[in-house]
Ligand binder design. Structure first.
Ligand code: ADP
Ligand code: MG
Length: 391
């Protein structure tokens, strides 16, 4: 899939409509985490350096097509100005007038697009109104690309379009990991439930050489093979589905790696008394909360021989000590290999990013996606409408 970048466009004397994700957390009127704003700086500055004017389009919260004052982007505008280091004017509703009054170095921030029902319904009329404000469309919001909205999809059909720096970086990293990866490729999929990750598993078994299944969802696979999992989190009704996935993997030559040893406890609580047992030795009154050291050692061997790793979902209940052990150890192994240039590692997912940060491994991964839903849909092999529209 080919998309243009900022380098392919001539911004001199032009207005760029730039879709960004600055949906930052706010408490008592203060932005508590500015990461998402920091990540748009490069794109804004590059367009300005090329002689273009920047109009930012964004959403904030879920106002569902109505004006909700607490979700006004006016709250965020001063922080955006601070971080960009240029004047930022917030445009309430009369966008065209605000654009007409723009100074050269000034950035215009349009009010929360989701105040208009046309945004989420991908309404062509609303997209045309937005498109009339500028000359070039830039999408820098990968994390919103799985939604076909007026500012992520329809508008791309109305103006010359390209990916911003962040979008291009994200797409490049993802393409390297699953598009045309260096083999062997290993995927780690963990987390709570199989039911939320069926499409993910189905896509991966056809693409990767080794698939590590961990976390609560591994229990469903163990149970589907007749192994007792006691009181563990387990979706017994998905036994057939789990067996289908195992058969599909077998046919595709994908090695499925399940916990070989398990860490069990009787309470889901920090520091709960626990023991490490063989895969098939979970007592009837206990829960499997993590993979054991033999599993981690084997995963480490697979990582050693692999060239590419994609990771979504922790291997155990990583929020509570000591059931973060397998996740931490595997994450540090991947980080070490990545740092040594031996492994391309890409990870994403809300809890996954938290777990890799907690392990102290995130900084050495090749790429960490903070895109959440869009990252998952990409791992599922789905076409993201916001990316497709750029092609
Ligand atoms: P992500 O947000 O990265 O996509 P998930 O939400 O799918 O990840 O999974 C994270 C959750 O899975 C965590 O809350 C974790 O406690 C839970 N989990 C992992 N292993 C187990 C387990 N063995 N038993 C119960 N819950 C588990
Ligand atoms: Mg989660």
């Amino acid at each position: 899939m080919a998309w243009k970048t900022l380098d392919d466009m001539d911004f001199a004397g032009k207005r760029a409509l730039v879709r960004v994700d600055i949906n930052v957390p706010v408490e008592k009127g203060e932005v508590t985490d500015t990461t998402r704003i920091e990540r748009i700086v490069q794109t804004v500055h590059d367009i300005q350096d090329k002689g273009g004017q920047v109009i930012l389009m964004a959403h904030f919260g879920r106002p569902k097509g109505k004006v909700v004052p607490e979700m006004s982007l006016e709250i965020i505008a001063p922080t955006v100005a601070d971080i960009l280091g240029v004047p930022v004017t917030w445009a309430n509703s009369d966008f065209a007038d605000a654009v007409a009054e723009m100074e050269d170095d000034e950035v215009l921030l349009l009010e929360n697009l989701r105040f208009n029902p046309g945004e989420e319904s991908n309404d062509m009329g609303f997209a045309k109104r937005l498109a009339s404000l500028g000359d070039i469309y830039v999408n820098d919001a990968f994390s919103a690309a799985h939604r076909a909205h007026a500012s992520t999809e329809a508008i791309a059909h109305l103006l010359p379009s390209c990916a911003g720096r962040l979008m291009a970086e994200e797409l490049g990293a993802l393409e390297k990991a699953l598009g045309d990866p260096e083999r062997p490729v290993v995927a780690v999929v963990g987390g709570a439930k199989v039911s939320t990750k069926l499409d993910l598993l189905g896509n991966l078994v056809g693409k990767v050489d080794h698939l590590v299944i961990g976390g609560g969802m591994a229990n469903t696979f163990l149970a589907a093979q007749g192994i007792s999992v006691g009181k563990s989190l387990c979706e017994h009704d998905l036994a057939d589905t789990a067996r289908d996935i195992l058969a599909k993997a077998d046919a595709a030559g994908c090695e499925i790696i399940l916990p070989r040893d398990i860490v069990v406890a009787r309470q889901f609580a920090p520091g709960a008394e626990n023991e490490t047992l063989a895969q098939d030795a979970c007592p009837e009154d206990a829960m499997i909360l993590d993979a054991g050291p033999a599993t981690v050692a084997y995963i480490g061997e697979v990582f050693e021989a692999a060239k590419t790793l994609v990771w979504n979902g922790p291997l155990g209940a990583f929020e509570i000590f000591p059931f973060d052990a397998a996740t931490n150890a595997a994450a540090l192994k991947a980080a070490e290999l990545s740092k040594a240039g031996r492994l391309i590692s890409v990870a994403g997912g809300g809890d996954t990013v938290a777990a890799l940060n907690q392990a102290g491994a995130a900084a050495d991964f090749t790429y960490i996606s903070t895109a959440g839903g869009a990252f998952l849909e990409w791992m599922e092999g789905k076409t993201l409408p916001g990316v497709a529209a750029l092609g």
